[in-house]
Design a protein around this ligand. Structure first.
Ligand SMILES: Cc1cc2nc3c(=O)[nH]c(=O)nc-3n(C[C@H](O)[C@H](O)[C@H](O)COP(=O)(O)O)c2cc1C
Length: 185
């Protein structure tokens, strides 16, 4: 693998990318840095944050590089459920054999630009309202998500990378991500 390429707005994905770089010895570049450091069609592992069901920057990464695998970073514990579950059902592979992972990042509204902050505010409000309406019937996980949307949260942790590090160690990979993974939002 030539490099880890990432897109990050609030820093969670960047921290994961840097940690993964330390653990694997493969350099990590932001998408912008990658334009200077990498050649077209270089083999990369892509890391991008989940925004309303799409993975930021992944299409551009697939256009320029050979994306052998990707880690998607979202705020929920399971990546909106579906993407992660589908990847899992599929053994964690896209249709064309690229490896897919999910990592829980965090929620830091103070680091968001105005538009994204407004989008998240609407979502946060609706999640909090739904959980409150469920009262005692709300699960522990739903309560925790409501809490994250109230006060922010940071779930970046080194151990979450274990499976990805293991995959890097397995050596050469031939699968490639060719279509944008998408989840219903
Ligand atoms: C506009 C917007 C939409 C988002 N949509 C989702 C989503 O669909 N699912 C999810 O799990 N997280 C979603 N998030 C949360 C981010 O994926 C999460 O905060 C992530 O850790 C951000 O990574 P970063 O710190 O590298 O920018 C959204 C965040 C924003 C700002």
């Amino acid at each position: 693998m030539k490099a880890i390429v990432y897109t990050s707005q609030c820093g969670h994905t960047q921290r994961y990318a840097r940690m993964l770089s330390e653990k694997t010895g493969v350099p990590a570049y932001s998408m912008k840095e990658a334009r200077e450091k990498l050649q077209l069609k270089d083999e990369v592992f892509y890391m991008g944050w989940l925004m309303a069901g799409t993975v930021k920057g992944i299409q551009q990464a697939m256009d320029r590089y050979v994306v052998r695998g990707a880690a998607i970073v979202g705020v929920s514990p399971q990546g909106n459920g579906d993407l992660w579950t589908e990847a899992r059902i599929n053994g964690g592979y896209s249709d064309s054999g690229g490896r897919l992972f999910y990592l829980q990042g965090g929620y830091a509204p103070e680091k968001l630009g105005l538009i994204h902050r407004m989008m998240m505010k609407t979502m946060a409000r609706s999640v909090i309202r739904q959980v409150e309406a469920r009262g005692d019937a709300a699960t522990e996980q739903e309560r925790r998500m409501a809490e994250v949307f109230r006060n922010g949260g940071d779930f970046v942790r080194e151990e979450a990378l274990d499976e990805i590090v293991q995959w890097f160690r397995e050596g050469d990979h031939s699968g490639e991500l060719k279509a944008t993974p998408r989840v219903e939002f």
